[in-house]
Design a protein around this ligand. Structure first.
Ligand SMILES: NC(=O)c1ccc[n+]([C@@H]2O[C@H](COP(=O)([O-])OP(=O)(O)OC[C@H]3O[C@@H](n4cnc5c(N)ncnc54)[C@H](O)[C@@H]3O)[C@@H](O)[C@H]2O)c1
Length: 306
């Protein structure tokens, strides 16, 4: 299959590219390198530097390349910045997607897999969140991801483009950038690696559902073949507190660093985890890497990189 991966120079997208290339797919990457890095680019994939907001350029690429499928990972991912600048978020995450889908329609693209969010999709409901719960995104980022799903549903119903939206929990692993705000593992690792204190926002009792990147990649592989159309949660269902994350990293790095607390971030969700039983049933997708193993691998990569 010929697959266009948007955001393929980024953290998750680059791992998806590696897996698609390893399976034998022909892969084309489109990325504007805003947060992605050239070092992440798979040499066996073709790379075109392009901003998906540039309608003419992205349309030209899709019409010329005519991929069979599009895996859409390019996005603005900072929830806090989306609150400060919802127009910027919508420009990238809604208009960018529409630029891709309008071109996909013209080029006869058959299927799309999109990276969505589980953590920012359901609001402050009781955990674990299921796909049956009413969506209640409480940030412009969550809203733009939900809008993207509604558009994909439109392109499916009216223009027969198959889609799967994968609603990830908190993804972590090698290549994660510490400059974002959601990758607490990458942020803590960067600080601790430099011998600086890693500040825990609030009392550290907030929980998140941490999923290792290779498990997310597997969902992207399975989503290419499925008959299913719609939204699927991709998470472990296990809640880990920020205090536990900190302690685990300190112990894995073999350093002695006390916990340090800072002010709580306003509007921060207290708990978050995803029920992924639908993905298990439909995709036969399973979590393979538990938190202990995932942290071990991430710390090993981090030490190697430093
Ligand atoms: N990391 C997580 O925990 C998580 C959780 C849920 C969903 N997601 C989604 O997964 C996807 C990838 O996230 P990530 O964590 O790998 O972040 P990332 O920042 O590493 O990857 C995003 C990539 O998209 C590129 N990009 C951004 N805007 C672009 C634009 N306008 N045109 C072209 N390229 C553009 C960036 O350069 C980068 O390579 C995003 O859609 C994100 O919303 C991530």
């Amino acid at each position: 299959m010929k697959i266009l991966v948007t955001g393929g120079a980024g953290f998750i997208g680059s791992h998806v590219v590696d897996a698609y290339v390893a399976i034998g797919h022909e892969v084309l990457i489109v990325d504007n390198l805003s947060t992605g890095q050239r070092a992440n680019l798979n040499p066996k994939a073709k790379f075109i530097e392009c901003d998906i907001v540039d309608q003419k350029k992205i349309q030209k690429i899709i019409l010329e390349e005519k991929p069979d499928a599009i895996n859409h990972h390019a996005a603005h991912i900072q929830v806090g910045y989306s609150v400060k600048n919802p127009q910027f978020d919508a420009q990238n995450n809604i208009i960018g997607l529409l630029n891709i889908m309008e071109a996909a329609k013209k080029a006869g693209v058959k299927r799309v897999v999109m990276a969505a969010t589980g953590g920012a999709m359901y609001g402050n409901k009781k955990t674990p969140f299921t796909e049956q719960m009413k969506e209640q995104p409480l940030s412009p980022y969550g809203i733009s991801k939900r809008a993207g799903e509604l558009y994909l549903n439109y392109y499916h119903e009216i223009h027969q483009i198959h889609y799967v939206s994968l609603r990830y929990s908190n993804v972590y692993g090698p290549r994660q950038n510490s400059h974002g705000e959601s990758g607490v593992i990458a942020i803590f690792l960067e600080a601790l690696g430099e011998g600086k204190p890693a500040i825990i926002n609030g009392n550290g009792k907030h929980t998140r559902d941490y999923i290792y990147v290779s498990d997310v990649v597997m969902a992207n592989v399975l989503a290419l073949e499925t008959y299913f159309v719609g939204e699927l949660n991709i998470g472990t269902g296990i809640e880990t507190s920020t205090n536990e994350v900190f302690d685990k990293l300190v112990s894995e790095l073999g350093i002695d660093m006390p916990r340090e607390y800072g002010p709580e971030r306003i509007g921060e969700q207290v708990t978050s985890s995803l029920d992924a039983s639908k993905a298990r049933e439909i995709l036969d997708w399973h979590v393979r890497i538990n938190f202990d193993e995932g942290v071990k691998r991430t710390v090993a990569w981090f030490k190697n990189k430093a």
